[in-house]
Ligand binder design. Structure first.
Ligand code: NAD
Ligand code: ZN
Ligand code: ZN
Length: 340
């Protein structure tokens, strides 16, 4: 079968690979669509500490079950599914308290084990979520990025009527914007440093956008909130140096959701955290958010197709990687069509 494999940092190619076999409890997926994500770019650059090479990457994908192994209902063959990439052990402390997305022995599909940039991939049957009949497979490939947004928002404990500031209007910032609207938040401000990205945010319903390069973000947020600050801040830019500004922009009792994987330290001013009793939460991948996201898409409360900027074939992946590296402002989600 054809697959996109990263053999070492900066070394990748589309080529022939052996077809995967399903182990007990697993299914084989004929992949229809897979999305390219910033994390795939980190793997290609050798910036992902978890990955082992060679690796077929891709953790955002949907397709059809073509084979099942022992312990899986054979009636699942032919089922249209999308794949939650979080494979957890079920035994460690986080798994026991219902936090499998930070499992001590986590295997992320497309990172620790082979992923979806391939004609076929084997995954645990319980990671393959059945799709409603009218949910298209291209839209379903975006369930995973929405699950990132759903997870961080749930960690932040939004209350009805809360204002939200989203920092960064890349695909994750835009999924956050759509997800926040889907759960009923109305006053949403998005900041970025690229006008093209802010235009996307306005198109998708941001009430207010701020270009942090040409405007004073902190002042704009304080002005818009009569000096009080903002209760919800979601960080989808993941610039470690922005944490002090986030602490200042948060209102008392505010909640800040962090998504960054950078090892660079941030300054944390305890006075800001304590005097306002702020809550800072980390969010990694998703904790069983797939059913909720699928329901929102099926109900029309999320619009995945609005996030897709490019549709390419598997053989075109090296060119798409070049585009994402050199002209990120021209792209939203690049979707790889593998079969249909
Ligand atoms: N924790 C998780 O599970 C998880 C999952 C997916 C992605 N992420 C992280 O989320 C981040 C966003 O992902 P993405 O795919 O949307 O990336 P992206 O690079 O497309 O988007 C980041 C955006 O932030 C903007 N930005 C840069 N500096 C800024 C600043 N000073 N102020 C405001 N905006 C600024 C960029 O212009 C860009 O539009 C990445 O760092 C990624 O690693 C985390
Ligand atoms: Zn991703
Ligand atoms: Zn575990």
């Amino acid at each position: 079968m054809q697959a996109f494999e990263v053999s070492a940092p900066h070394a990748f190619a589309v080529g022939d690979q052996p077809e995967p076999q399903a182990a007990p409890g697993e299914v084989v997926i004929d992949v229809a669509y897979a999305g390219i994500c910033g994390s795939d770019m980190h793997i290609i650059h050798g910036d992902n500490a978890f990955v082992r090479f060679p690796r077929i990457t891709g953790h955002e994908f949907a397709g059809v079950i073509s084979a099942v192994s022992d312990g899986v209902d054979p009636a699942r063959v032919g089922e249209r599914v999308c794949i939650d990439p979080v494979v957890s052990c079920g035994r460690c402390y986080p798994c026991r308290i219902g936090r499998p997305n930070v499992c001590s022995a986590m295997q992320v599909i497309g990172v620790h084990r082979n992923g979806g940039f391939a004609e076929q991939v084997n995954v645990p049957a319980s990671n393959a979520h059945r799709l409603p009949d009218d949910l298209d497979l291209d839209a379903a490939a975006l369930v995973e990025p929405y699950s990132i947004a759903a997870n961080v928002l749930s960690r932040m404990g939004p209350q009805p009527g809360d204002r939200l500031l989203i920092i960064g209007a890349g695909v994750i910032g835009l999924t956050l914007l759509q997800m926040a609207r889907a759960i009923g938040l109305e006053e949403i401000t998005v900041t970025d440093i690229l006008d093209e990205r802010l235009a996307s945010a306005r198109e998708l319903g941001a009430g207010h956008t701020i270009n942090g390069r040409s405007e004073d973000l902190e002042q704009a947020v304080l002005n818009a909130t009569d000096g009080e600050g903002i209760p919800l801040i979601a960080d989808a830019a993941c610039i470690p140096a922005m944490l002090p500004a986030m602490l200042r922009m948060a209102c008392p009792a505010g909640r800040i959701g962090l998504l960054g994987f950078s090892p660079t330290p941030s300054d944390l001013i305890q006075l800001e955290v304590i005097k306002k009793e702020l809550t800072l939460v980390g969010s990694r991948l998703n904790n069983r958010k797939f059913p909720e996201v699928i329901e929102h898409i099926a109900a029309g409360r999320l619009d995945p197709k609005a996030l897709i900027s490019h549709r390419i074939a598997l053989a075109e992946m090296p060119g798409a990687i070049d585009l994402l590296e050199n002209h990120p402002e021209q792209a939203r989600k690049v979707l790889v069509k593998i079969s249909s």
